[in-house]
Design a protein around this ligand. Sequence first.
Ligand code: UT7
Length: 333
Amino acid sequence: MTTRIIGTGSSLPRQTVTNEDLSKIMDTSDEWISSRTGIRERHLAKEETTASLSVEAAGKALQNAGVLAEEVDLLIVATITGDYVTPSTACEVQAGLGASRAVAFDINAACSGFMFALHTAHAYLQTGIYRTALVVGAETLSKIMDWNDRSTCVLFGDGAGAAVVRAFGEDGMEKGGSENGFGGLLAFEQGSDGLRGKVLACEGRRNNNPLVQNPLVPSYVGMDGQEVYKFAVSTVPASILRVLDRAGVDAGEVKYFVLHQANIRIIQSVAKRLRADVGKFPLSLDHCGNVSAASVPILLDEMNQKGMLEKGDKIVMSGFGGGLTWASAVIEW
Ligand code: UT7
C-alpha cells in the first residue's frame, strides 16, 4: 500500500507588492532584498483570508485530480495564520468545499507544515483508515508581520497550495502505476527541536483573567535570521540525505528538489552540500516570497501546471522552519 499525489492546486491573493513598492514605505531597497534573498515580489491579502485561499487552492486540486469533494475522507490544513482559533481552517474549508464526509483538522508546524500534514495523511492512508485525503498549506502571514520591522516583513507573503493524496495498493484499490511497485511516497523523515524554538517565534495571547491582567497587545513574528539560516543550511541537507537513504534512492536519480522557499542562498547552499545541480531546485520565492506552510505546495502546483512532472520522476520535497521543525520526503510521481 502506498499513497500518491494525484492532483494539485494553488491560490495567491490578487494584489502583488514589489520590493520597489516596499522601498517607498520603509527603509529598504530592491537591491538589498533581492541580493540577500532572491525575493522580488510577494502577494499580500486584502479581501482574501487563509480560509478563502485554502478553499480556492483545494478546489483546484480536486478538479486537477478528478475527485469530488464528497470523496474526501481526510482534510488537513497546515497553517500558523488561521482566521479563527476555533473553528479550524480545515473545518472552514470542509464547509466551503462541501466535503461533508471529511474529518478535518489543522496542523501547526510553521514552514514544515505542509510536509507534516502530508506525512500525517500518508500514515492514515497507509493503515487503510481512509482512502482519499486533501492536504493544504495556507497562510496570510502579512497579518502577523510587524510592518515596522524591515528585517522580517519584506521576506514573507500570503497564499495557499493543496494536494489530493490517495491510497493505492491492496484490497481492490487501483494500482499506483509504477513498474517497480506502487511508487508514490517512497520515504519520509521529520524532526523537531523545541529547545531552539525562540529563534523564530510569534507569541499568542497571554493569560488574561480575574487572577492576572494582561492587556491585549498584538504580537508579531520575531526572527534571529542568522540562527535560522545556520539551522537551515545544516539540517536540510542532512534530512534529505537521510530520506534518500531510507528510500534507497541516489541523489543523482532525483529530478527535482522542491524545497521550502525562504531564501535563494539557503537553496544554493543545500544544492552545494548535496553536490546537486542547482537547476534541479525550482523556485517560486522570486514572485511569492516566503509563504511558510504554503511554499512547498504552491511550488509543486506551479511545476505540475507547467507540465514539469512526469510519471516515474523521483522528487524530493523538504520543509523547514519555526518550531524548529523540518521534514523531507522522496516521492515517485
Ligand atoms: O521560513 C524559514 C524562516 N526564515 C528563514 O529561513 C530566514 C533565514 N535567514 C535569512 O534568510 C537571512 O538571515 C536574512 C535574509 C533574514 C537576513 O540576511 P543577513 O545577511 O543575515 O542580514 P543581517 O540580518 O545580518 O542584516 C544585515 C544588515 C543590517 O544592517 P547593519 O546592522 O549591518 O547596519 C540590517 O539592519 O541589513 C540590514 N537590514 C536591511 N537593510 C535593508 C535588515 N533588513 C533590511 C532590509 N532592507 N529589509
